[in-house]
Design a protein around this ligand. Structure first.
Ligand code: UTP
Length: 294
């Protein structure tokens, strides 16, 4: 079985739900406490053994490319000021030479289309897709848990998380092959986008982490526009399910959606509280804010 070496990070969306913050800053560069959201996602994938990162970008996303590049002027200034700890941290966060590729999606035609733009860079091997506006706080990292599951069952894997019945209609939800399957790995028979509560096939929402086989690209290339007039990844996955296995994987951890204003606030606060050095002080700051009279 081929190892998952490459990850596709689609970052070409407009982030309209978090405007005006995203008018001139990519959504993925919004900070979640002390680092941009995209850094957590890259760290998650690196912890899973990913060696090559393919960013599917669009106009106004240059800040992402700059962020993963070296910043010589900054590094020289930090060196002159003997800020060794900061320099070491920046060095640790940098990607190795040649480990990042950037490909443009010329128009935001949908997530499926964004993934298709990475076709030549991925080639003929299994790959991961991580939606960078979803941050997963987990140890081992969510993708590391998924690659371990992938080593067991192969095929295609979709990370899922259980949500209360009243919220299923906001998400993509998986249909298990065997009803009532409770294990961490659940063979899937399908997926439904935003099902009504009464007819939802499960309460397992798709989280934004996938391990896919390269045959998905041939299907994406011929995929008709679906919901919202966009080329949907889920539609092509549904077609691939006819010839390959798909497992839903319940990871251990918690996800945060930075693509929505209030959920972004939750992500920011949760990651501040989880910070290894500053978490305790962050709690005191948040409690003081909440204790103030409106
Ligand atoms: P979203 O729909 O959450 O992102 O897509 P968006 O379009 O930026 O958000 P809103 O709805 O306007 O607020 C999930 C991920 O897929 C990427 C987005 O950048 C995001 O990371 N995406 C989506 C693309 O790269 N291209 C697309 O055509 C659509």
């Amino acid at each position: 079985m081929k190892k998952v070496r490459k990850a596709v990070l689609p970052v070409a969306g407009f982030g309209t739900r978090v405007l005006p913050a995203t008018k001139s800053i990519p959504k993925e560069m919004l900070p979640a406490f002390d680092r941009p959201a995209i850094q957590y996602v890259v760290d998650e994938a690196r912890a899973a053994g990913v060696e090559h990162f393919i960013f599917v970008t669009g106009r106004n996303k240059g800040a992402i490319e700059d962020y993963f590049d070296r910043a010589y002027e900054l590094e020289t200034t930090l060196k002159e000021k003997n800020k060794t700890a900061l320099l070491e941290e920046l060095d640790r966060l940098c990607l190795p030479p040649g480990a990042a590729s950037f490909v443009r999606q010329q128009a935001p035609l949908g997530l499926g289309h964004a993934v298709l733009c990475a076709r030549d860079l991925v080639g003929d091997e299994p790959f991961a897709v991580l939606l960078p506006d979803v941050l997963v706080h987990a140890s081992p990292s969510c993708l590391a848990q998924m690659t371990a599951a992938y080593a067991e069952v192969g095929g295609n894997i979709v990370a899922v998380d259980e949500v209360p019945a009243e919220r299923v209609s906001s998400y993509g939800v998986i249909a298990p092959k065997t009803a009532g399957d409770q294990g961490p790995l659940i063979e899937m028979s399908g997926m439904v986008e935003k099902p009504p509560r009464e007819s939802a096939p499960s309460r397992l929402k798709i989280t934004g982490r996938y391990i896919l086989q390269p045959e998905i690209f041939g299907l994406l290339a011929t995929q008709a526009r679906g919901a919202g007039g966009e080329i949907q990844l889920t539609d092509a996955m549904q077609r691939l399910m006819g010839s390959q296995t798909f497992h839903a994987f319940r990871y251990a951890g918690r996800d945060y959606d930075c693509g929505d204003k209030l959920l972004y606030l939750e992500a920011f606060a949760a990651l501040a509280l989880a910070h290894p050095e500053l978490g305790k002080d962050a709690r005191a700051v948040l409690e003081a804010v909440l204790a103030r009279k409106p």
